[in-house]
Design a protein. Sequence first.
Length: 361
Amino acid sequence: GKSGYPHFMLKEIHEQPESLRQTLHGRVEEMAGRVTLEEFDRGAFADIERVQFVSMGTSHHAAMYAAAQLTARGLTANTYMAGEYADCPAPIDDSTLVVAVTQSGETADTMNAIRRARDAGARTLAVTNVVGSSVTRECDESLFIRAGPEIGVAATKTFSSQVVALTLLGERIAEDSTGVQRAEMRSLLSGLSDLPGDVQQVLDESTAADVAEALYGCDAYFFLGRGPAHAVALEGALKFKEISYEHAEGFAASELKHGPLALVTDNTPVFGVITGEDDLKTISNLKEVQARGAPVVVVAPANLADKVEFADYLLPVPETHPEVAGVLANVQLQLVSYHAADQLGRPIDKPRNLAKSVTVE
Ligand code: F6R
């Protein structure tokens, strides 16, 4: 049941401290600065230099987040919309790992992509929530995100667990192949260990319902970010459109002046996602849209509050490692989408035309 929540989506948003604890359980040795995944021996990824992610929808955004992290570790990491990859697979070689990211493990586009990769001789790995799902049978190896069952059509807790599981996988791959900086790893792992508690703090203190109430019913909604925050911006927009039925788009902050800025008016709120000192450049993009009259909502770590005072609305997240901050920012955006859809009276758990698992292309 819904345990007293009006919708499964809100219940599942609130389950995230626990689902993230399960995702992390037994996998992080914070003091040693090491990740242990029982599925993969040390050295299992020693010959991996390239990672190709294939996925759809929210899972694709989790893959984009992970690819940005892996790229920063010196690997070649690319994301492909699985439906596109199935039609036109990317070239692979002996150092390529193809990773299917799929909550349900049943998505037709993702299955087709992984079959194409396997037929071409690639090593394949499934990152999924469902033990025994089709993707686990099709891939050489599997990593489970352990988020627990998700009933709401909108993916929420599974996105957070995908990002965390992919971060752990990425650290294992990087450790085996390019090597990792132990101190940097400790700081990331400390951020991951704190994540369940930090998500709880966001859930307890969020003013997302007030932001949604102030801004629902506008012409369109835009979401901006760079690096992993770009993936969060895309995910924020996808969630918003699918349950509120309002027009929402996510952009790379750098893309703004190359077209999307023409859409900005005083009736198009813009959400900016900032994860740390490295993506503060997004602030100048947000000031640009604000100068055109757009209401600006900034989601940023609380320690950067003085840098984002210009925002019309601030949704702070606890200070943490920047690669973890995106998950916290996404929780704020989940709540904004939920409350906007609720204000509009939408059938939140079963949005029109959508199915939980898309098993036909
Ligand atoms: C969005 C959503 C969809 C799925 C997509 C992939 O909230 O739920 O975009 O993310 O259909 O599904 P899986 O992860 O099961 O492959």
